[in-house]
Design a protein around this ligand. Sequence first.
Ligand code: KIV
Length: 297
Amino acid sequence: MTTVLDVQRFKEEGRRFAMLTAYDYLSAQILDEAGIPILLVGDSLGMVMLGYPTTLPVTLDEMIHHAKAVSRGSRHALLVGDMPFMSYHQSVEQAIASAGRFLQEGGMHAVKVEGGGRVVEITRRLTELGIPVMGHLGLTPQFVHQMGGFKVQGKTDAQAARILADAKELEQAGAFSLVLEGVPSGLAGRVTKALRIPTIGIGAGPQTDGQVLVFHDIMGMTTGKAPKFVKRYASLADDIARAAHQFSDDVRTGTFPGPEHSYSNPTKSEDFAGTPAANGSAPAAETAHEEVKYGAR
Ligand code: KIV
C-alpha cells in the first residue's frame, strides 16, 4: 500500500506521480487496480456528484459517506479525505474531531485542508496526533467568495510571496504534501523547489512533483468546453448516452432481452414463444450465469 513515506520518496527519487479524485466504490476499485497511488475523496464531489454550484454546501456527513465507499473499493492507494467547508473552521478541536471521523469511519489514511494562516496550527496538531495532512494553496475553492470567483491566484508578487510563505509554514507544521491549484507555472516551480515535501499541481503547470485531476473531468463525463488545465482521456458522457439510446431502442424493438440474457425451464418450450428475439434455440451454458446479482466485478 502507498504510504505518506512513499510519497516523500517519490519526490526524493524524482518520480512524478498521479493523484485522482474518487467518490464511489467501483471507480475507486478501477483506479486502485490501475495503479493510481493516491486517491482523493475531494469535496469537488459536491459539484460533480451532488450538483451543487460550489463545494461550500458539502457536509462532513456527505464526505464520510463517499469516503466509506472509496475505502471499500481500494486496497493499494493512499486515501486522502478532503475536509469540507466548516468542518475545521471553528476550532482546532473541531478539526481534530472531523479528521478523526475521516480515519475512523471513512477508512481514509490522511486528510486535506485548504489555506494557510490558521490552518498551519491545525496541520501541526493533526500531524502530532498521527493524522497526516495534505495542504492546499493557490486557488482554494472554499474561498471562492473571497477570491471573487474561481480565479488563478499568485499572479502578483505579493500574492506569490504569500503562497510561498504559507507553503513553507505548512511544511514546517508537518504537512506531508501540498496541492497547488490554479497558480502560474513559474510560481508552482519555485514552491516545488523550495519544499522538501512533494507538491501536487492542478492548473499549476508541469513543474510540480505530482499532478491531480478530477475523475469526471479526465473521463469526459463533464461536457462543454473543458477548462485549460483539464485533459480528457476518455469520452464517457458520449459512451453513456450512446449506450442508453441503444438500450432504449433494444427494449422498444424487443431485441433485449434475448435468450442469452434470460432464464428458462429446459423442460418447457414456451419461454421465448412469440417474442421478436425467439430463434428456436435454448440458452447455452446457462449455469455459468445463474446468479441473479448485479454489479459483477
Ligand atoms: O476537491 C477536490 O477534488 C480537490 C482537488 C481538485 C485538488 O481539492
